[in-house]
Design a protein around this ligand. Structure first.
Ligand code: ATP
Length: 481
């Protein structure tokens, strides 16, 4: 399965989806750049999220807050004190691990070996440790008691478990001092909370309403791994939904379902998605669930849905001295709203989409690699291909290309054998290839080749755009057997 991930990483590099950052200098760990096709995929995912969250809800509006914020924001939010990972070092290999993940992986191994009872008992102990007042110590004790060895070196030579803050620090202005210290935001949510009144008043919103935002977040992750799954610079798509206290569970349940549905509509098979209830609630939450996807490396979180209570607004009220209350015109009450958050990683969604879409099949004795991406997410929607580079076919193809360009993302290719050109398009997930051949010159029809079935249909040139738009609207994946 890991092999599948390697193939995806290599395809991403080769075809211009994702490159390691600063590659000519050896790269920068857990930082990546999106290439020409990657950036299209990313924009399409953003667009579909924005469409579903903002345009299809008349009580949700957008925001684009700055990455740098007043440092007190992160004191109020709890990130300065509590945004920590428990870490442990293997003295022999000098490798560093997250203590809770080390124990989780160990539990998985016990389960795989059929030692279910022991695994369950340890699992219960892990949950207790995660909620303990001295969490690092409790985790360390488990590692000692179970004699959990280092996964890489096999040694049992651990340091103690220590906490490490994940925020990146920089300074504003020319002086580097405690007073000029600011953070790169570790989540986009706080930009929404501090703008609560600005947005509500400007957009004349009444509760319940939501504020949505897409933007960069930064975390100095210790164990950065698995390609774009865990990055140090990444992008989040977050929505904070403000509700009347007491109605948060209703909103929480509704958003859980809506967000799961969004992933399914993007072409993720329902059996590859599941809800995972949090074992340890964050200090601010009264309910939390993850949407997990079955990645090649196992079930992992893609999105979090959190009922954050009034924690954030209340803390900002305390730290800023500004009232964060809402006045309800119907009931004439003042209250601090409760918040339900949906927070999905854009990059992690992209990795999920690539893992879901990647397929290999035997066609005429050769392996065909195909990305079965939803056509609205695919980086290129239509490739326009003259069968040969003569007899006026390229000119005719160019004319068709110009007609399509204002409506769909197109790509033009006239080089090489047609079969090879189709394969190149399959590999990057292009759902439709339009081919201009000698019959086009006679009767004005073109062929449209379908990526998934490889079947071709003849369509009149004048009908082409309508035909494509119709197919985009009613897409359903036909998988190869
Ligand atoms: P994890 O447990 O994987 O560290 P988290 O629970 O800390 O994630 P949240 O703070 O809930 O994550 O962030 C919401 C979403 O942002 C996650 O579901 C994930 O998709 C994304 N995300 C978080 N950290 C990273 C990262 N380092 N790289 C890429 N995406 C991330």
């Amino acid at each position: 399965m890991q092999d599948r991930l390697e193939k995806i990483v290599s395809l991403c590099k080769r075809r211009g989806f994702i490159f390691p950052s600063s590659e000519i200098y050896g790269g920068l760990a857990a930082v990546y750049d999106y290439g020409p096709l990657g950036v299209e995929l990313k924009r399409n995912v953003q667009q579909r999220w924005w469409q579903a969250m903002v345009y299809e809800h008349d009580n949700i509006v957008g925001l684009d807050a700055a990455i740098l914020m007043h440092p007190t924001v992160w004191k109020a939010s709890g990130h300065v004190d509590a945004f920590n990972d428990p870490l442990i070092d293997d003295r022999q290999s000098k490798r560093r691990y997250r203590a809770d993940q080390l124990i989780e992986d160990y539990i998985e191994k016990l389960r795989a070996k059929g030692e279910t009872e022991r695994a369950e008992a340890l699992h219960r102990r892990l949950i207790e440790a995660l909620n303990a007042a001295d969490m690092p110590k409790a985790l360390y004790q488990i590692i000692l008691d179970e004699r959990i060895p280092s996964p890489d070196s096999g040694a049992f030579d651990w340091t103690e478990v220590r906490q490490f803050n994940l925020m990146f620090v920089t300074h504003v202005g020319p002086v580097v001092s405690e007073e000029t210290k600011v953070y790169l935001r570790p989540e986009t949510a706080q930009g929404i909370f501090v703008n609560f009144h600005n947005v509500k008043d400007a957009a004349r919103l009444q509760i319940p309403f939501g504020i949505a935002q897409i933007g960069k977040a930064f975390r100095n992750e210790i164990v950065a791994r698995q390609f774009i799954f865990r990055m140090r610079e990444f992008e989040q798509m977050e929505m904070q939904y403000f509700v009347k206290p007491g109605t948060q569970m209703e909103a929480f349940e509704a958003w859980k379902e809506k967000r799961l549905q969004w992933h399914i509509e993007n072409g993720i098979r329902p059996e590859h998605l599941r809800f995972h209830v949090h074992e340890k609630l964050a200090h601010y939450a009264d309910a939390a669930v993850d949407i997990q996807y079955l990645f090649p490396m196992g079930w992992q979180e893609v999105e979090g849905i959190h009922s954050r209570t009034d924690y954030d607004l209340r803390r900002h009220q305390e730290f800023s001295g500004k009232r964060m209350e809402y006045f309800d015109p119907q009931t004439q009450e003042h209250y601090i709203p409760y918040v339900v958050e949906t927070s999905v990683g854009l990059d992690r969604t992209i990795l999920m989409l690539l893992c879901e879409a990647y397929d290999e099949e035997e066609v005429e004795g050769e392996t065909r690699v195909v990305l079965r991406l939803h056509p609205r997410l695919a980086p290129i929607t239509v490739a326009v291909l003259p069968l040969v580079r003569k007899d006026g076919m390229p000119e005719r193809a160019q004319a068709i290309l110009r007609d399509l360009q204002p409506f769909v993302h197109t790509f033009y290719d006239e080089k090489g054998a047609i079969g090879r050109r189709y394969r190149r398009m399959d590999e990057v997930g292009t759902p439709f290839c339009v081919t201009i051949d000698s019959q086009t010159l006679e009767d004005g029809t073109v062929t449209v080749r379908d990526r998934d079935t490889m079947l071709q249909e003849r369509i009149a040139e004048a009908q082409l755009l309508n035909y494509l738009q119709d197919r985009l609207r009613h897409w359903k994946l036909v998988r190869a057997l």
